[in-house]
Unconditional design. Structure first.
Length: 165
């Protein structure tokens, strides 16, 4: 309880309206559900960035869930929890980190197969830093007129993926 109170005080000291719960896999952390609910209760807009490997069904309905759906070339596709995709809310977002043209084609197929653009607030395609050329991915999206958004991993571009930034 003391740690939770200290954390909430720290967040309040930054005078922000929006809080993103992320880093590693936040759903694996004890107390994260209580933290997100407390933040919502205090009037923050809260989002959760999750790997999609753990269930999202018990996340407070006021929290916007951003689910990273692992692609074949990520070597983590087996961690995708299929039940998460069956529980999508209109406020959710799905993110595909694209490592190759093969990943792009797979993500494009999955987006269409699951009608993701019609189910969630946004579908993101992001080039895997150091693996997939960003311009090339953007060109594929434009050429295919995909109903997705393009995203760069800004923490890697701006701060060289420095911990704590």
């Amino acid at each position: 309880k003391r740690l939770m109170s200290e954390l909430l005080d720290e967040i309040a000291s930054h005078k922000v309206k929006r809080v993103c719960v992320t880093g590693g896999e936040p759903l694996a952390q004890p107390g994260v559900h209580e933290l997100m609910t407390s933040l919502c209760d205090q009037g923050y807009e809260v989002s959760l960035e999750t790997s999609g490997a753990l269930p999202v069904d018990d996340v407070d309905e006021r929290v916007q869930r951003v689910i990273d759906w692992k692609t074949p070339d990520s070597a983590e596709q087996d961690k995708n929890l299929a039940s998460n995709m069956q529980q999508l809310r209109p406020s959710d977002q799905i993110k595909f980190v694209i490592c190759s043209r093969k990943d792009y084609d797979w993500a494009r197929f999955e987006t269409d197969r699951m009608a993701l653009a019609d189910k969630v607030a946004a579908v993101w395609f992001s080039p895997s830093f150091g693996q997939q050329d960003a311009t090339e991915l953007a060109d594929w999206i434009v050429e295919d007129r995909l109903p997705v958004r393009f995203q760069l991993q800004l923490h890697k571009l701006l701060w060289n993926d420095e911990p704590g930034r």
